[in-house]
Design a protein around this ligand. Structure first.
Ligand SMILES: Nc1ncnc2c1ncn2[C@@H]1O[C@H](COP(=O)(O)OP(=O)(O)OP(=O)(O)O)[C@@H](O)[C@H]1O
Ligand SMILES: [Mg+2]
Length: 337
């Protein structure tokens, strides 16, 4: 068959995996969770389906977040997960698209090669990598090829990555292992220590959505949270105020803000000047924490714009790059199949 395989872009995030298919847009958006057999290491399900298998399966089948810390630690599992993912998007032996993968900017050369290799083994005919902050900037519609400085701050599930970009390259960049999951963990630990109640990570995330903030907001109201009292093991409900949750998150939020300020301080003065004028673009799910933009603006003394689709920005930016790949098609066509 002469049908061209559809090129794909993948944002393999710590929290969420998105796939963008050329000409279609985002075709997959699922939590980065896999269920696999610990005996055979076979991946049985990914995404929402994998979540549902938790607790309903024999003990040797586990559901995990394989990228937890924002880094790929288990390449074998990652490759198997990519294979299931690509398969879900129609990739097969007969249909081998080119695949563009968004990677953390802090990734090492060895890791880069391993990711490319994994995608090749999983069915890609060719693989390309793009750094997350770059994809985020393109997704945010910034004029990255102009000789003008722009800055993106991406707060994801496991990492916060930021970069000052000019003329298509990253002029200064920072990445820390701190993101939404760490916010959740901080809430969990706060409730345990302050109220003596253990809550699950999903409950902590729900608290964050409901009343979490980085800056005071209007209409602050207490939330009731159910957990298990540590001393008795009995169920217990505690009331949490937005103020105490904000305090629980404060160290982490501050870490993100200082890192962004450092990144900006690293940029040459002319570019910093541009950014003071144009502002910083804030993206990633963590950007949705109430008051995050305000805190960042205060901490950097620069205006901050929350992008339109913070959770999709990286995938959309990578998707745009697929178009550029196409412009280069004559070059690729000469070089092989
Ligand atoms: N409304 C919200 N308020 C606060 N946090 C939110 C909100 N919506 C999503 N999040 C958080 O955003 C995080 C996921 O963001 P995102 O999908 O950008 O991460 P990721 O790209 O998978 O991770 P990374 O880029 O670190 O690898 C989760 O921790 C989630 O709790
Ligand atoms: Mg991300």
């Amino acid at each position: 068959m002469g049908r061209m395989p559809r090129d794909l872009a993948i944002d393999l995030g710590t929290a969420n995996t998105l796939v963008y298919a050329k000409g279609r847009g985002i075709v997959l958006n699922e939590p980065t969770v896999i269920a696999y057999n610990t005996r055979t290491r076979e991946v049985l399900a990914i995404g929402a389906e994998a979540w549902q298998m938790i607790g309903r399966t024999p003990g040797y089948i586990v559901a995990v977040r394989p990228l937890r810390q924002g880094a790929i630690t288990d390449f074998d599992i990652t490759e198997r997960m990519l294979r299931v993912l690509l398969h879900r998007c129609g990739v097969s032996r007969m249909n081998r698209p080119r695949v563009l993968i968004c990677v953390p900017s802090a990734i090492t050369r060895v890791e880069r090669r391993a990711v490319k290799e994994a995608a090749r083994h999983a069915g890609a005919s060719a693989t390309y990598l793009i750094e997350q902050p770059m994809a985020a900037a393109i997704g945010a519609g910034l004029a990255i090829h102009e000789p003008v400085g722009s800055m993106v701050v991406d707060v994801g599930g496991g990492t916060a990555e930021m970069a000052v970009i000019s003329l298509g390259g990253m002029v200064s960049q920072r990445a820390i292992r701190c993101g939404g999951f760490d916010f959740d963990a901080a809430i969990q630990s706060y409730v345990r220590h302050r109220h003596g109640v253990a809550i699950g990570e999903r409950t902590a995330e729900a608290v964050k959505f409901a009343i979490g903030s980085a800056y005071p907001y209007e209409g602050e109201q207490e939330a009731q949270v159910r957990g298990r009292e540590v001393s008795t093991g009995m169920p217990k409900t505690v009331g949490l105020s937005p103020l105490e949750v904000r305090q629980a998150l404060d160290d982490l939020v501050e870490q993100v803000i200082t890192t962004a300020a450092d990144c900006l301080a690293d940029a040459p003065p002319e570019l910093a000047q541009d950014i003071m004028f144009e502002g910083v673009h804030l993206t990633g799910g963590g950007a949705l924490l109430r008051g995050m933009a305000q805190r960042l603006a205060n901490g950097t003394s620069v205006p901050v714009h929350l992008v339109d689709l913070p959770l999709e920005c990286v995938a959309l930016g990578a998707g745009r790059c697929l178009e550029a790949l196409d412009e280069l098609r004559p070059v690729f066509a000469d070089s092989g199949d």
